[in-house]
Design a protein around this ligand. Structure first.
Ligand SMILES: Nc1ncnc2c1ncn2[C@@H]1O[C@H](COP(=O)(O)OP(=O)(O)OP(=O)(O)O)[C@@H](O)[C@H]1O
Length: 304
């Protein structure tokens, strides 16, 4: 488990993270969501000891990164996908990292294969596309076969195949017991990848928990009701549930803020026939926009 406790990081007068607290549970993929500049990279850098918190702490298995007995085989991180020596080949880069950290050489071919880089292993990194660079960054993070993977925007620059590859890779890592913290501003992608979410805005925690909690809460779902006597259904619901917000469609009613079971019961008690009673959950994208709306640092149009 990763534990972020009251983490505050200031760069001069700029507060990048502000008393941030959350946990990253083991054996799961946790999506780390936030608008640009919300403090995701700063948090990740603090976790691996690349930045020193101004206040609070980031702990892995209960200790700071620097106190882990074997940090490089415990945590693998992709924080800057461009941090390679341009004149080295992918294989040379991985061999240098393996040498420096005492990882077995046999792992290099294994990881080249796992990350789909075998065919370009002899190519100089300076000729790599952004997507290939991302793959090499992930390969480097996974070289020590770590339990924890921290990936900062790993799908940036990847084509749809690459995006799916990252998704499968991190899900598989969690399935075999690993722990993944993956940052993104692509909410729809996180909906397909993560089982747990941490949402931050302006350096502060906005919400965290299992992903279902975000999209399936009553506040984030609507219920559609249809029946032969829609006017009577509308009147009944208005009488029995006067606080409901009703949006009249042509042949259905769309109701926000109530559960389908309560609506079904109310209409049953009133003896009304219904032909449709269905719940639609908001997309994670909608929930994210709602949650982070007021904390976006840069908006289109240039307002801050
Ligand atoms: N070294 C630094 N010096 C000064 N300010 C910094 C530094 N690093 C980050 N910041 C500021 O701290 C805030 C948080 O930045 P951070 O990179 O952690 O956010 P982020 O959520 O990762 O954003 P993005 O999605 O754009 O990468 C931003 O306002 C950023 O400008």
């Amino acid at each position: 488990m990763i534990t972020i406790e009251n983490l505050t990081k200031k760069y001069g007068k700029k507060t990048a993270t502000d008393h941030l607290s959350f946990t990253v549970p083991s054996g799961q993929v946790t999506g780390f969501l936030g608008p640009n500049g919300s403090g995701k990279s700063t948090t990740m850098r603090c976790i691996v000891g690349l930045d020193r918190p101004t206040e609070g702490q980031a702990l892995i298995q209960g200790v700071p990164y620097g106190q882990l007995r074997s940090p490089l085989t415990t945590v693998g991180a992709l924080l800057d996908a461009k941090a390679f020596h341009p004149a080295r080949t992918a294989r040379q880069h991985l061999a240098t990292v393996a040498d420096t950290h005492g990882f077995p050489k046999s792992r290099i071919d294994e990881i080249l294969n796992l990350t789909g880089l075998t065919d370009v292993a002899g190519k100089k990194v300076k000729g790599f596309s952004l997507g290939m660079g991302q793959r090499l960054g992930i390969a480097t993070a996974m070289l020590g076969n770590p339990e924890y993977l921290l990936l900062d925007e790993p799908v940036n620059g990847l084509d749809p195949d690459g995006v799916r590859w990252v998704r499968d890779l991190v899900k598989n890592h969690a399935r075999i017991g690993g722990t993944v913290l993956i940052s993104s501003h692509l909410m729809s992608e996180m909906a397909m990848t993560a089982t747990n979410l941490v949402v931050i805005g302006g350096g502060r925690l906005i919400a965290s928990g299992p992903i279902k909690q975000f999209t399936e809460s009553v506040g984030h779902s609507t219920v559609r009701v249809a029946g032969p006597d829609l006017a009577a259904i509308g009147e009944t619901l208005a009488q029995m549930m006067p606080t409901l917000e009703r949006v009249d469609g042509r042949d259905t009613l769309v109701i926000q803020g109530a559960q389908a079971s309560d609506i079904g019961h109310a209409l049953h008690v009133a003896g009304l026939e219904i032909h449709e009673l269905s719940t639609t959950h908001s997309s994670l994208e909608d929930v994210f926009m709602e949650l982070t709306g007021s904390s976006v640092e840069f908006r289109s149009g240039g307002n801050r």
